[in-house]
Write a protein that binds this ligand. Sequence first.
Ligand SMILES: [Zn+2]
Length: 78
Amino acid sequence: MSSKRPPFTMDGWNKDWIIHGHKLVCRSCGAGQCPAVDEQPFRHTPTCEISNAGARYPWRELNDILKEGLADARRMLH
Ligand SMILES: [Zn+2]
């Protein structure tokens, strides 16, 4: 069943964000965030389209996606 999946997929995440050096960067406005502040919502530029969708925590989203991917890989081993 897929009901426990996070609302984000790797493909969807890649559409909005990109890792640039040690920062996570918004593809739409180019704002960046360091992993050290992953507890704070991402700060876009005022005109960014993605920011209209509400506060996002892209580091946390990425973490959830990767965790789900690991769980999938483990399931396939059994
Ligand atoms: Zn943005």
